[in-house]
Design a protein around this ligand. Structure first.
Ligand code: PLP
Length: 392
């Protein structure tokens, strides 16, 4: 339970609390000025940015020049997906974009925009939907040709279910052929070991606030040879791919948070897997529960995502909220309306069942006592939510 709020925070996949190492780095760099300034204070800020770039590159298996700072994971995904697709169209006339329908909106809406959302008489790109299995995992994307295929994009770990995709098998054929590839690794970076070079992909997106860094700092790893016609125009910072003044304080804190997350990854993995097993046991004991997180082994240890048909996800989170627990349904809700998650319906889950979804995600802030309390609360919360019924 958080000492400051007196609440139990089980929404780490949405945003993790700031790590003390990140806070310290922010305090130490708070006075820094414009890193692009051609004078001593500018050079001091630039040194901090470059040190952070180098450290992040080392932690993620990338060269320093391949590490670009953006304003969010969403922005990194947008630059990569749109930029790689337009780059492939310009240089090779390639027009096909391959992705699943379980992507985060940062990728999904970018693909939709490319493949029909542009105000043109005809779509510039065609969308090839990559099918997924019942756990939301795609198989290998094959039958590609560099002349026709502009981009294959896939997510590493799903933000709702926590299920992990075998990227080497999904993207391997595209990497081998030289078809541009993007990985949305926002849920993976800081939680799974990442080696950008050995993945062989063109670009990879991450977000600092998912691993205890500050909000509104994103990372885009981009190979030097990747052709990216960025949608962001301006002053030409970050290899001309992400114009805008870089935030030295934010990137120093991001590097500090990532170093701490990588350092404690193995121990934290084991600790959270223990919590996951306990939460799963309780979920399984609730009649009718449908579990989406593929454990053991196939998912991040932080996630427990399940439905309780007959209950509304909104009621579940409201009742937990009243009991002092921060949790979520897992899906981005639009204008406060609880819709069935596109991830779950793509996995073949019926709308009625999908609407009863609850996601509990643990992290560094979670304690044994938190899990004891939530395990004790959950069956009663589901019963109460079921009594309230579903609103149709
Ligand atoms: N991609 C995935 C898989 C995510 O989970 C999120 C955030 O929830 C994003 C992208 C967007 O990241 P940000 O919040 O930094 O814009």
């Amino acid at each position: 339970m958080s000492v400051e709020t007196g609440r139990i925070y089980l929404d780490h996949a949405a945003s993790a609390p700031l790590r003390p190492e990140a806070l310290l780095a922010m305090e130490q760099t708070a006075g820094l000025l414009n890193p692009a300034g051609q004078y001593a204070s500018g050079r001091a800020a630039q040194r901090v940015v470059e040190d952070a770039r180098e450290q992040i590159g080392e932690l993620l298996g990338a060269d320093r020049a391949e590490v670009l700072f953006t304003g969010s994971g969403t922005e990194a995904d947008n630059i990569a997906v749109q930029g790689l697709a337009f780059g492939a169209l310009r240089t090779r006339g390639a027009r096909r974009v391959h992705s699943t329908l379980v992507e985060h909106p940062a990728v999904g809406e970018s693909v939709d925009w490319l493949c029909g959302g542009l105000p043109l008489p005809e779509s510039l790109f065609g969308h090839v939907v990559v099918p997924v299995d019942a756990h939301g995992r795609p198989g290998p994307v094959e039958d590609l040709t560099p002349d026709a295929d502009a981009l294959v994009t896939a997510m590493w770990a799903n933000n709702e279910t926590g299920n992990i995709t075998d990227l080497v098998s999904v993207l391997g054929p595209a990497v081998e052929l030289g078809v541009p590839t993007h990985v949305d690794a926002v849920q993976a970076v800081g939680h799974l070991p990442v080696d950008f070079h050995s993945l062989g992909v063109s670009t990879l997106a991450a977000s600092a606030h998912k691993f205890g860094g500050p909000k509104s700092v994103g990372l885009l790893l981009a190979r030097r040879e990747a052709v990216i016609d960025t949608p962001v125009r301006g002053g030409g910072q970050e290899r001309k791919l992400r114009s805008g003044t870089v935030n030295p304080q934010g990137v120093a804190a991001t590097a500090a948070a990532l170093a701490a997350a990588v350092e404690e990854m193995d121990a934290e993995h084991e600790r959270l897997a223990g919590y996951q097993a306990r939460l799963m046991e309780v979920v399984r004991s609730i009649p009718g529960a449908v579990i989406y997180t593929d454990v053991p082994g196939g998912a991040l240890p932080s996630h427990v995502h399940a439905s309780f048909p007959g209950a509304e996800g909104d009621s579940l989170i409201m009742l937990l909220d009243m009991a002092g627990v921060d949790a979520s349904t897992g899906s981005a809700c639009s204008a406060g309306v609880n819709r069935a998650s596109h991830v779950l319906t793509t996995m073949g889950v019926e709308v009625h069942t999908a609407r009863g979804a609850l996601r509990l995600t643990t992290g560094p802030a979670t304690t044994d006592a938190d899990i004891d309390r939530v395990c004790a609360l959950l069956p009663g919360v589901v019963e109460q939510a079921r009594d309230a019924g579903t609103a149709y």
